[in-house]
Design a protein around this ligand. Structure first.
Ligand code: ARG
Length: 230
């Protein structure tokens, strides 16, 4: 792995599925990407002296792109799982998340995971949420390309529940982007996001060191506050 896929040897091409606010999303103006992951990855670039160029991909295209080497890495709210670690490498964890169930505000039937039996459930393709709901007895699962589409289906009343990353669902509710829905009780899982890399990437150590420096110098906390304060 001596060759970078970027335009020049100092550029990392980093994949992301860019409709996962507040981790990655299109800025209101200008069409640039913004979000927690975007700021963090840019800070890692600054720290390590590498340029970062983002490339938007469907979520289920990210691991194949890493495997074929068409991108150098990915930051996409991606949960570190043993299954994925067979095919790609991960940085150290950089964010603690987990799955939550969302339902319509007036729904009092679904209070926990066990209540999802025989329900209509929307998820995002290839995610830990999609994996989690696979074995629910009698459930009718609808798979969407991104989380906002799945959540919109719940707002529209076409499904009974969405299983999605809690920080993303809570952010959509908090910002008023989606109305008439709520998150049910406790987290279903505890998950940690990592930056994804090809198995033989020469950048794992550099990225881990940069992450540690950003944490130690308080720069991680500044980015965290920017997107999750209040
Ligand atoms: N954390 C979940 C997973 O790894 C969902 C990530 C979705 N990310 C995105 N940018 N759409 O499966």
């Amino acid at each position: 792995y001596s060759q970078l896929t970027g335009a020049n040897a100092n550029t990392l091409v980093i994949a992301t599925e860019p409709t996962f606010p507040p981790f990655e999303m299109a800025a209101k103006t200008g069409g640039e990407l913004e979000g927690f992951d975007i700021d963090l990855m840019r800070a890692i670039g600054q720290e390590s002296g590498l340029k970062v160029k983002f490339e938007s991909l469907p979520f289920d295209g990210i691991i194949p792109a890493l495997q074929s080497g068409t991108v150098d890495g990915a930051i996409s709210g991606m949960t570190i799982t043993p299954e994925r670690a067979k095919t790609i490498a991960f940085s150290r964890p950089y964010f603690k998340a987990g799955l939550a169930i969302a339902v319509q505000e007036n729904n009092s039937n679904i209070k926990s995971f066990a209540d999802l039996d025989n329900q209509r459930i929307a998820v995002q393709i290839s995610t830990t949420g999609a994996n989690k709901v696979k074995t629910i007895p009698g459930a009718k699962i609808t798979t969407f390309d991104n989380a906002p589409l799945a959540l919109q289906e719940l707002v529209n009343g076409n499904v009974d529940a969405v299983v999605n990353d809690a920080p993303v669902t809570l952010y959509a509710i908090k910002t008023g982007n989606l109305q008439g829905i709520k998150v049910v009780s406790e987290l279903l899982t505890e998950e940690y996001y990592g930056i994804a890399l090809p198995h033989k990437s020469p950048y794992i150590q550099i990225i881990n060191n940069s992450l540690q420096t950003l944490i130690d110098q308080g720069k991680y906390q500044v980015i965290y506050q920017k997107w999750f304060a209040g």
